[in-house]
Write a protein that binds this ligand. Structure first.
Ligand SMILES: C[C@H](O)[C@@H](O)[C@@H](O)C(=O)CO
Length: 557
């Protein structure tokens, strides 16, 4: 009997067909927009995106270049954003690999929709945002830039309020001509060798302790909203003595079911007694309700119990995907965890008060750059006897006010109440917007009190961890101006009016490698300088490369 013929004997195989890409045409610039994964956000911000694309197209035409959009808007969806990673990959198949490419961003966008294509694109890349309050294009841009920086892909970046300013138009013309754009970075210097001071000794000692004893950051579902820059690989994280506990938001939801209404309601009573107020209504779809609050209180208790189970040193909840469809947002929980003074929670058996009188550092949107920063800040500030309550803020917008550039830093949900005037008395809970949070939930809304701040950002560049550190002040603006700024952005979110010391708007935008900046108050300007020195020393001893921005100085005697 003869053996059956081998199917591959002919040695002719089905080779994959390769996509035929158009070739780049002289004087042609390609344009793509990256969108949100949430269609509600895409349809609502589509008008703002069209306006930005009009401004960008006009600026390129004035510079003698043509703009070609890589695909048309889809009438079925009612917008022309790239709305998923898959769609991004498909769109990139039609873009010449060596074409000059603009990513225009007028909204909050999910960077991973376009990072796959950008990673292998060979032509020059320009990221552009509208510097406008209503839709956070610049927040999206800063995240994208952080992602490109982490992956080591060269890019240029520019932003504009309305497309008419010379700085923007000249920048576009320069990039169209040369494929590159340099920004002023003269405000940044590397950390000098630190003298032996009480602060440098404290930083080094805390670093040694972390390296020896190690710490765990608990991550309820890693990776939020395509923020590739906010994921720190274990290989970079573990050498700091910090390890991840990977947890699931479904476990959080399950634990929430075990918390009784009575326990949840006690949290609510504590907050009300402390002076916090809530804007309550009855329509679940658009208003904050008692029912939503009760679920948030259950989440607060559940988060602390699970953190206790795993012996966590800091915790983050992904929350914007998955969890937001199941239950009210976690923001209220997150602001409380970061605060020293907060409702008491016991272990399940009622025997132990969890983190009694202490904050459990929380990193919103599971941003691991924030996790490292919050953990270190908590330890330095606690050792110095200062309030360690720290939070990220979105770098949301800014404008001159009476000759000074005042940023709108605005986290998408909550700050620790100690950042507000009068603490809980300065906190008002508003419903999270239905566009992003169908199941609602309360924010911790308010206006951050004036004070001396250390700001920072931990990020990845060149395969290593870096920290930009600087000094700023939260300033008090007239009420009407604060209201205008809040209403131009998201009035349900807490705002900090920030003046950066020695850093201009464009220097900050060009340098910053994330949509988030970390803020913590110090007791005075002198205390802030001392704390900054200790924090820089701790980073330094851990092997994180520290850069001092603007007027930040370290004490050398
Ligand atoms: C709700 C929005 O998507 C926000 O969450 C977004 O702008 C951010 O906060 C990004 O950090």
């Amino acid at each position: 009997m003869t053996a059956t013929a081998d199917a591959t004997e002919s040695r002719t195989y089905a080779l994959p067909e390769r996509a035929q890409r158009p070739s780049a045409a002289e004087g042609e610039v390609w344009l793509i927009p990256s969108g949100d994964l949430r269609e509600s956000a895409n349809t609502e911000s589509w008008g703002a995106q069209q306006e930005l694309e009009r401004q960008v197209t006009e600026a390129f035409e004035a510079a003698g270049a043509r703009v070609r959009r890589a695909f048309e808007a889809d009438p079925e969806f009612g917008h022309g954003f790239i709305r998923s990673q898959r769609m991004g990959m498909e769109v990139f198949r039609s873009i010449p690999t060596d074409a000059p490419l603009v990513v225009a961003t007028a909204n909050w966008q999910y960077s991973h929709h376009v990072l796959a294509g950008l990673r292998t694109h060979r032509g020059p890349i320009l990221t552009v945002a509208n510097f406008a309050p209503e839709w956070p294009g610049l927040v999206g841009l800063l995240n994208l830039n952080g992602g490109l920086t982490k992956m080591g892909r060269e890019y240029s970046s520019i932003w504009t309020v309305d497309g008419t300013d010379d700085w923007f138009r000249e920048g576009v013309a320069t990039w169209a001509r040369t494929g590159a754009l340099e920004h002023d970075a003269s405000h940044v210097k590397d950390l000098p060798a630190l003298a032996d001071t009480p602060e440098s000794r404290l930083g080094a000692a805390l670093a040694e302790q972390l390296l020896e004893d190690k710490a765990i950051i608990g991550i309820f579902d890693e990776g939020c909203m395509g923020m590739y820059n906010a994921i720190i690989d274990d290989e970079l994280l573990n050498p700091l003595g910090i390890f991840k506990e990977r947890l699931s938001q479904s476990a959080l939801w399950a634990e929430m079911q075990t918390v009784s209404d009575a326990e949840a309601d006690a949290v609510g009573r504590w907050l009300t007694d402390a002076g916090m107020t809530f804007r309550l209504g009855t329509d679940e779809a658009t208003e904050l309700t008692e029912n939503q609050l009760r679920w948030q209180y259950k989440m607060y208790i559940a988060a602390l119990r699970i953190s206790d189970d795993f012996g966590l040193d800091a915790v983050g909840i992904q929350y914007q995907q998955g969890l937001k469809d199941v239950c009210p947002a976690s923001d209220l929980v997150e602001g409380l965890l970061n605060n020293l003074e907060r409702p008491e929670v016991t272990s399940r058996d009622g025997e132990r008060v969890l983190w009694e009188g202490k904050a459990l550092p929380n990193f919103n949107e599971v941003d691991e750059g924030v996790a490292v920063d919050a953990l270190i800040t908590n330890r330095v500030w606690s050792a110095m006897g200062m309030d360690p309550a720290t939070t990220l803020h979105d770098v949301r917008w800014g404008e001159d006010f009476e000759g000074e550039y005042v940023w709108v830093y605005e986290i998408s949900g909550s700050v620790p109440p100690s950042h507000l005037p009068g603490g809980y008395a300065g906190a008002e809970g508003w419903r999270q917007g239905p566009t992003f949070f169908p199941a609602g939930g309360s924010t911790i809304n308010g206006v951050s009190r004036p004070g001396e701040i250390v700001w920072s950002r931990v990020y990845i560049e060149g395969g290593a961890l870096h920290a930009d550190v600087g000094r700023c002040r939260v300033v008090e603006l007239p009420e009407a101006e604060v209201t205008r700024r809040k209403e131009s952005t998201n009035p349900e979110w807490p705002i900090a009016s920030v003046v950066l010391d020695g850093v201009s708007r464009d220097q900050f935008m060009a340098r910053h490698k994330a949509n988030h900046a970390q803020l913590v108050y110090a007791d005075s300007a002198a205390a802030a300088d001392r704390a900054l020195t200790a924090k820089a020393a701790m980073f330094d001893r851990l092997g994180v490369q520290v850069h001092l921005c603007g007027d930040a100085t370290v004490l050398q005697s």
